[in-house]
Design a protein around this ligand. Structure first.
Ligand code: SF4
Length: 379
């Protein structure tokens, strides 16, 4: 039998009310199969009501231009120091080659992020290096949507060159960056950040940079790194921060806001031993990830309506399952992926359009190719 409390929380969500943080934690702590089934069904019904049956995907390419990084996040198997085995740093020609290949293969988006490389400078300045990255792509392919540089990278440039966040974002935007990835959010709770990513920007700074971008008309995505040492309480604090900022952006008519929420479960096979030992498993726990997927849909309510799982982390089968738990988007083809693959993810590094379409059809749902900002791609 379902408890009254569970029913009333789910009824509130279905009535379009914002559930409270206590409600959210309650849903995440439910363990009874019948209760979990009801949470899944509510997430799925909300998805259907908010965005319909169609599942979207984007044809994009990831370019991680360097893995040389000054930081030492506890979950990161991607970073290297200069001279380490496996360290790399793409030159302009390689970046252009990858973009040209992506465009030939039908990409509408380049997603570009990299390590925080102290040597990535032009005449001693960081911003001109990043601007040249953008110009390398945009001067040849002005039509491609450039989704680039996390809030952490924005802070890195600002710190190195002693500039304000707004100055950095405006310069990137003027050069051709079209939207910002909402990565580096991990868990927006400083108690957890101090353990898993102690050198990274804190919660306040992440939110400040994203809000600044949105005020300047730069759309951003939002993410959560789940399934490491955080508890349901901290997952809900994270979702609460995202919901609050989205409400602020909408209520204050910011010219841009969050386009989507992406859940990124922790993969630890080759992550630094410290965190791997504490978590005690290599691959994501699918059941916990799916429950959180549905709760995120319920919690973010009508505020953030596009929800995406990660095939890199869950594999295509896991991602397909997530479509029944509140997701309406399968993300991108990526064409190459380094960050999670180097951590030991088994999902692969490249997804064909056909595989994404087949996964959607197998779940009896229609598909549609989208742009980064969720409009239709004309063929
Ligand atoms: S997660 Fe990013 S900032 Fe942290 S160590 Fe890895 S590359 Fe560097």
């Amino acid at each position: 039998m379902l408890t009254k409390t569970l029913e009333s929380i789910l009824d509130d969500a279905l009535a379009g009310k914002d559930i409270t943080s206590e409600d959210g934690v309650f849903l995440l702590k439910e363990t009874h199969p019948e209760a979990i089934a009801a949470i899944r069904e509510t997430g799925d019904r909300l998805r259907q009501r908010q965005v319909g049956e169609t599942v979207t995907y984007v044809v994009n390419r990831n370019i991680n231009f360097t893995n040389i990084c000054e930081q030492h996040c506890n979950f990161c198997a991607f970073r290297r120091d200069v001279g380490d085995e496996g360290a790399y740093w793409l030159d302009w020609e390689q970046i252009l080659e990858k973009t040209t290949d992506a465009v030939k293969r039908g990409a509408t988006e380049i997603c570009m992020q990299g390590g925080l490389n102290l040597e990535a400078k032009i005449e001693g300045k960081s911003l001109p290096y990043y601007l040249r990255l953008v110009e390398t792509i945009k001067s040849e392919f002005p039509q491609i949507h450039l989704h680039a540089f996390s809030p952490q990278e924005v802070q890195f440039i600002a710190r190195e060159d002693n500039l304000s966040y707004a100055t950095v974002i405006e310069a990137l935007q003027a050069a051709g960056v079209n939207s910002l990835p909402g990565t580096a959010a991990e868990i927006l709770c400083d108690r957890i950040r101090r353990i898993i990513c102690p050198e990274k920007i804190d919660t306040k700074t992440w939110l400040e940079i994203v809000e600044t971008a949105q005020k300047l008309g730069m759309y951003t995505t939002s993410t959560m790194l789940s399934g490491h040492i955080e508890k349901p309480e901290q997952q809900i604090i994270h979702l609460e921060h995202l919901r609050n900022l989205q409400q602020k952006a909408i209520n204050n008519n910011y010219p841009a806001k969050f386009t989507e929420f992406v859940l990124l479960p922790f993969v630890g096979q080759f992550a630094p031993p410290n965190l791997r030992r504490r978590v005690g498993r290599d691959q994501p726990n699918l059941e916990a990830t799916l429950q959180l997927t549905a709760v995120a849909r319920i919690y973010l309510g009508n505020w953030i309506i596009n929800h995406q799982p990660s095939w890199v982390k869950l594999g295509l089968k896991g991602e397909q399952e997530a479509l029944k738990w509140g997701c309406n988007d399968l993300g991108g083809t990526l064409m190459e992926e380094h960050i999670t693959t180097m951590a030991g993810a088994k999902g692969g590094t490249n997804m064909t359009v056909e595989s994404l379409q087949q996964a959607i059809i197998a779940g009896d749902r229609p598909y549609r190719e989208r742009t980064t900002l969720y409009s239709s791609v004309c063929s």
